[in-house]
Design a protein around this ligand. Sequence first.
Ligand SMILES: [Zn+2]
Length: 342
Amino acid sequence: MNGMSVKKAVYQLSRAVPFGLAARLCRRHFVFPFYHVVSDEKLPHIRQLYPVVTTSRFRDDLRFWLQNFQPAAFPEVIDLISGGAPSGGKPRFFLTFDDGLREMADLVAPLLQEFGVPAAFFVNPAFLDNRRLFYRHKISLLLEKLPAFSAAVRHAVALKLGQEDASKKLLESVLRKLTWRDEALIDAVAAIGQVDFDGFLTSQKPYLTSEQVKTLWQQGFVIGSHSYDHPLFSELSDEERAAQVEESFRFFEEKLEISERIFAFPFTDDGVQAAFIRSLREQHGVAVSFGTAGLKDDVFPFHLQRIAMENPSFYSAREMIRAEYLYHFARSLAGKNKIGRP
Ligand SMILES: [Zn+2]
């Protein structure tokens, strides 16, 4: 079996295991779950990408976290990376939310305050104040509209994408694979299909404003960078990576007056070289950075891996954490929980 099918098998098996047993097998004293959004609306810019967590699920998740874990404040995270394990009590959790969506101010922060749970929000300066749409959100909007495209529009889109087949299925799979470098192509497809990204930005205002971010910061939430405009870092040149980090923090300092440097990789740090991760700390002055590799341990103590909560197969934090615990346990038997880096 390859790595992916082992993970699938363990995830499947986890459904039959009581949570307490999984927790005893894995014995983690600190977990870092992450979400993107909480909403009871359909969110066309998101729902083609991953499941949208509803407010009722999020409340259930918060109850689960508080029953089984103790909420950590950010200083405890800083202690952890300098070698201090939390003393006594339940294992700790620290929540984080990526992409700077408006629901952070509308829904998430008030719920976190109600439950007394600290958290960090990671934002992209390019999208703040609804200046621009994230290219993945553009793709989701295109996929929402694709079923309604006429045959003539589909053919024009296929031509633009360099495809002979204009079937919905093929167009969907091509659109899903477009990257940060394809943004002009994504915009051209939208023009053909009359999908109005600017109109969506103006009417929906999907992202936080700078003022809202400042308010969240004043309320005690941690605000960090999620890069300037959310490319996949393993596909960038060294110069592009450094610019993404520096430009985002320059915006933080100049426009938000936040000088603390906390960073969460957009998408994943998979395939990013150790030298770059080291440079986050040594050249860019980042205090703590985050990846998305689940429960694995990184080779750099200041670089913490987080667990994705929006999985299409699991509908609660309890199921998701139980699966990750068991997967971590299975990997520990094989001695495979450290991340290897090129
Ligand atoms: Zn993101």
